[in-house]
Design a protein around this ligand. Structure first.
Ligand SMILES: [Zn+2]
Length: 561
């Protein structure tokens, strides 16, 4: 078994990588376009190289098997040109039954319009064959579709080829040659755009834009979005790029569903008074003008409240998770109106959140469409919600005064426990990130918390346990924190390595076992008999175990065990 493909960067199922064999090297994702490259590929498939190539004719044959290869070729991929369901099924079957460090090649399928989506779905190599065929049929290809070269009065593109030709002159053969050159240029330009997007962690936004140009691609994206597990297993827990929710499909993003699931499944149950607030354009919400006004008014009462923010596309964000991706870094078109889908998702998630906790009273300090959502949830669950605010303006002094009075009365009535707001952030983030019960392991008693919001750090008996990394909203552990955690959570978020001292980067080849729940960017604990280390995962846990190449963990601290 040879391993000649190395993934260097990931954005969900999309990846950048390097394929090396004998004296050749290809950077992926790539478009095979020259005669040389296509011949190379023939050479590969004739297996007279040191590459292990597997040609898959029918993806159903591989279902449930475990194929090991350097390159997987999806033979006859062209049959999927107008069959998004067949393509998504075949891709996922193949990806789930082959080693993660195999490059996937789908021949004769790519166009400038669909290449972003093919790479998003997990394909590493495509070619220019279909673009050439389309040229011969008389079609100029663009990222938003195709045009017949004899039907357009002016070139629609100003690349070097299109700038210098007149489509009205010349022989058919010449037109085809020119069109073919443009088509390849358009394909490569889009490939470069995709690569840049993968580097930024922002391919999804491009894919959502491109899918709008044809029903087939829209269907393809919607079908892919039904494959939650496939994408979730490959998606980082945080991104630095802003999540732009500009389409209906944005609501189905893995990051949003995962956030919603974890809030329900991982956070400890809350009691007492719930205060619902509307979202703000500025993130974290508590830095916005509207939240600052409301929170200043409730200054002394806040330690007795549970706050949550109603928002699209996420639904509900507990205050303590406002610093965590995607809550800390998303943007939506603001028109004052919610689409039906947005409303329905928010209603569903708010209802789930209320049901998952045990609140005595709910105060909905919201206006306009947020109030309508709260009303629907109140009816759906048969619960009462108190609306102290003016439905037109919750920032009026009259509304704020009513809010303060009502909250004060409720506190007197329920006498909830007073909490440390900074500790709330650390505790919920610990549970969100390391699963239910993690906070109890890190903080068996209330830690000493220092730092300025949100850059908090927690210590106990003079030893630092964890730091809130404000850029991502994640907790970075110290060795002390790691030790506290592993005692009660055997194997959780752990990576076991061979007998060497971990320094800098740990490569997948040195990983013996890893918790399959680990995702890129997760904080992990690295162990062998002699050392314990903490660091950041660079690939998913299942991928560390199944891969022979690539960087697995960036180590931060190491200590002898
Ligand atoms: Zn052009």
């Amino acid at each position: 078994m040879t391993r000649q493909f190395e993934v260097t960067q990931r954005d969900g199922a999309a990846r950048l990588g390097r394929l090396r064999w004998t004296d050749h090297e290809l950077s992926t994702p790539c478009v095979l376009e020259t005669k040389d490259q296509l011949e190379l590929l023939e050479e590969m498939t004739e297996s007279n190289t040191d590459l292990d190539v597997e040609v898959i004719k029918d993806s159903e044959d591989v279902h449930g098997t475990n194929i090991n290869a350097d390159i997987i070729i999806l033979a006859g991929a062209l049959r999927f040109e107008d069959d998004p369901r067949g393509l998504s099924r075949a891709l996922i079957d193949i990806k789930e039954s082959t080693n993660p460090d195999a490059a996937l090649y789908a021949p004769t399928l790519a166009t400038p319009q669909n290449i972003s989506m093919l790479i998003y779905a997990g394909i590493d190599i495509v070619d220019s064959v279909l673009s050439d065929v389309k040229a011969r049929e008389g079609y100029l290809l663009y990222t938003d579709g195709e045009e017949r070269f004899d039907e357009i009065p002016h070139p629609l593109c100003l690349c070097d080829v299109c700038r210098n030709i007149n489509f009205g002159d010349g022989s058919f053969e010449r037109k085809v040659a020119i069109t073919s050159e443009h088509n390849r240029g358009a394909l490569l330009a889009e490939l470069h755009r995709v690569r840049a997007r993968v580097k930024k962690g922002a391919l999804r936004e491009l894919v959502e834009a491109r899918c709008r140009t044809t029903p087939t691609l829209t269907a393809f994206l919607r079908l892919l979005d039904e494959e939650y597990n496939y994408f979730e297993r490959r998606s980082p827990i945080v991104r630095t790029a802003t999540l732009l929710a500009c389409s209906q499909e944005s609501l189905d993003r893995v990051e949003i569903r995962r956030f919603n699931e974890r809030i329900i499944e991982r956070l400890h149950k809350r009691e007492g008074i719930l205060l619902l607030l509307p979202c703000s354009a500025r993130k974290p919400y508590s830095r916005s003008r509207s939240h600052r006004i409301i929170l200043a008014r409730l200054y002394k009462l806040r330690p007795f409240l549970n706050e949550a923010i109603i928002t699209s596309p996420i639904g509900v964000v507990p205050r303590s998770l406002e610093v965590m991706y995607p809550a800390c870094n998303y943007d939506i078109p603001v028109t004052g109106k919610w689409t039906r889908d947005e409303r329905e998702r928010a209603i569903e998630q708010l209802a789930r959140y209320i049901e998952a906790n045990a609140f005595d009273s709910i105060v909905a300090y919201v206006e306009g469409p947020y109030k309508a959502i709260c009303d629907d949830v109140a009816v759906k669950l048969g619960v009462d919600m108190i609306h102290p605010g003016d439905s037109e303006n919750i920032l009026s002094s009259h509304s704020l005064q009513r809010l303060e009075e009502i909250v004060r009365d409720l506190i007197e009535k329920h006498s909830p426990v007073r909490r440390d707001l900074r500790f709330d952030y650390l505790r919920d983030l610990a549970d969100y990130q390391f699963d239910n019960g993690a906070s109890a392991a890190f903080f068996s008693r209330a830690p000493k918390i220092r730092g300025v919001f949100p850059r908090y750090y927690a210590s106990d008996r003079g030893r630092r346990i964890a730091t809130l990394v404000d850029r991502y909203g994640t907790l970075a552990l110290t060795i002390e924190g790691a030790k506290r955690y592993i005692d009660g959570h055997i194997g959780h978020y752990c990576v076991w390595i061979d007998d060497f001292e971990p320094k800098g980067t740990i490569f997948a080849v040195g990983v013996l076992r890893a918790d399959p729940i680990i995702r890129p960017f997760d904080e992990v604990i690295v162990l062998n008999d002699n050392t314990i280390a903490v660091g950041r995962a660079l690939m998913s846990g299942w991928e560390m175990e199944a891969s022979n190449r690539g960087a697995a963990v960036a180590v931060r601290h190491v200590e002898a065990r």
